[in-house]
Ligand binder design. Structure first.
Ligand SMILES: *Cc1c(COP(=O)(O)O)cnc(C)c1O
Length: 448
């Protein structure tokens, strides 16, 4: 079989050993009478087997869920500048931990420290694998064996088992809860401070809101109290952002700079939420505290690689100019995309989509709301437009709708939407004009 030219050609793509393996399977099928013993059927079966085995498990998809920073779909899309920098770092040796002038070992975080201190107003920064790691490291380095005071209104669970009380325990800290679910006062914190208190911690209510009869204590008030008592205030901003989003017509999300300015000794935030970079966690704040954090043995276990550091270093300068940021950073570009632009895209796509579906499916453009996702501004929604699909009055149309959603998910580049109110919704916010050809080109596969 290996002598057949079309079969031998498969070796170039997959290698000799996998090809021989595949042909053993093919030979078995021929012996069993399940396959014809000719070149065309052998190459077809071997090729299908090899493609299946070598297909990547993590695939590119079209995120039309309406959640821009979708944790299950990989959160922020990276700026082209950052992609180029990451690829370059992958391909070559770099000055990751090397000082060129002195010819000596250097610190890897210094590559991003300049921009991050400028953009946050912090004295120093340390970068780790993600924000969960940042929170853990801060607690382990500054408060192991000590008390950490947190308001009962801020004992957050982020999806995927990140819970403040659990992280505290794992970091060896004692959680001291103060206040109530809806109201916590400065006096609650003050009463809880004792000889064993290391930190007051504030956690951003990322994925929920406490509304109605509520009270929480701001950073500025807390730091006033903490200074008097000689303890530090740490704020987990969650998403955090380096730009004032109101400039882009978006709701205000606390910036790292505002928190530092208000007096936080340390802030932590994610790299791949609103910041729009690769997965990372940043610790920014007072020089002496950051030095203790960076020297902790767990820092070595949680540190970033050169690829992500390169991507972050290329992302941060985009923040120097807010107008350029809107163009160049996909996260801001998608969040700030005007609804009219999304509607126009819908009008372009509607006929192409309709042409590939049976007439029993009603396809239309409908207004909807996108959300930021990843716990940023959970209650604020952005007006958008979706292509919606309804299966016309047939019994069991619920199952048919599921089947339609599944058909979109098995396209060569899977399309992920959401089902609500008896319709399948494809929110077009994250389908930019440059992606439309790839999207429409595969729609004929829906017919099958
Ligand atoms: C998202 C979030 C985290 C976890 O951040 P990752 O970067 O996903 O590890 C921690 N705290 C808050 C408040 C968050 O919103």
């Amino acid at each position: 079989m290996l002598k057949w030219p079309s079969v031998a050609a498969l070796e170039a793509g997959f290698g000799r050993a996998p090809l021989v393996d595949a042909l053993r399977g093919v030979a078995g099928a021929i012996r069993d009478g399940a396959l014809a013993a000719n070149e065309a059927s052998v190459v077809g079966a071997a090729s299908a087997d090899l493609h299946r085995r070598f297909a990547p498990s993590q695939k590119r998809v079209f995120n039309l869920t309406g959640t821009v920073l979708h944790t299950n779909l990989g959160r922020a899309l990276i700026a082209e500048e950052a992609i180029a920098a990451a690829v370059d770092a992958m391909r070559h040796a770099t000055t990751l931990e090397y000082k060129l002038v002195e010819g000596r070992r250097g610190e890897r975080d210094r590559h991003i420290e300049g921009w991050l201190t400028e953009l946050t107003g912090a004295e120093a920064v340390s970068a780790v694998n993600n924000n969960a790691a940042a929170v853990f490291l801060v607690l382990a380095a500054l408060a192991r064996g000590k008390d950490v005071i947190v308001s009962r209104g801020e004992l957050v669970e982020i999806g995927g088992s990140f819970r403040i009380p659990d992280i505290m325990r794992e970091a060896g800290c004692r959680l001291v809860e103060v206040g109530t679910t809806n109201r916590t006062h400065l006096a609650d914190y003050e009463r809880a401070i004792g000889a064993d208190t290391a930190l007051i911690m504030k956690v951003h209510c990322s994925n929920y809101a406490v509304k109605g009869f509520t009270k929480s204590v701001g950073i500025a008030e807390l730091t006033g109290l903490a200074r008097k008592k000689g303890i530090a205030v740490v704020e987990d901003l969650g998403s955090g952002t380096l730009a004032d989003l109101r400039r882009y017509g978006l709701p205000y999300e606390p910036t790292a700079a505002a928190s530092i300015k208000a007096g936080a000794d340390i802030v932590t935030f994610s790299g791949d939420k609103l910041l729009g970079g690769p997965q990372a966690g940043f610790i920014a704040g007072r020089k002496d505290l950051v030095a203790r954090i960076s020297k902790h043995p767990m820092k070595r276990a949680l540190r970033l690689d050169k690829i992500r550091l390169a991507a972050i270093e290329a992302t941060l300068p985009l923040y120097a100019d807010p107008e350029r940021l809107r163009e160049k950073l996909p996260t801001i570009r998608l969040l700030a995309r005007p609804a009219e632009d999304i509607h126009t895209a819908g009008e372009r796509l509607l006929p192409v989509i309709t042409a590939n579906l049976p007439s029993s499916v009603a396809v239309e453009i409908a207004p909807c709301h996108s959300q930021i996702g990843s716990g940023a501004l959970p209650l604020d929604l952005m007006p958008s437009f979706a292509i919606t699909f309804a299966v016309k009055r047939v019994r069991g149309s619920g199952a048919k709708l599921e089947a339609l959603a599944a058909a979109f998910r098995v396209l060569p580049v899977p399309v992920i939407g959401r089902i609500a109110d008896g319709r399948l919704w494809l929110d077009l916010r994250c389908l930019e004009a440059h992606d439309e050809p790839a999207f429409t080109a595969q729609l004929t596969a829906l017919r099958a």
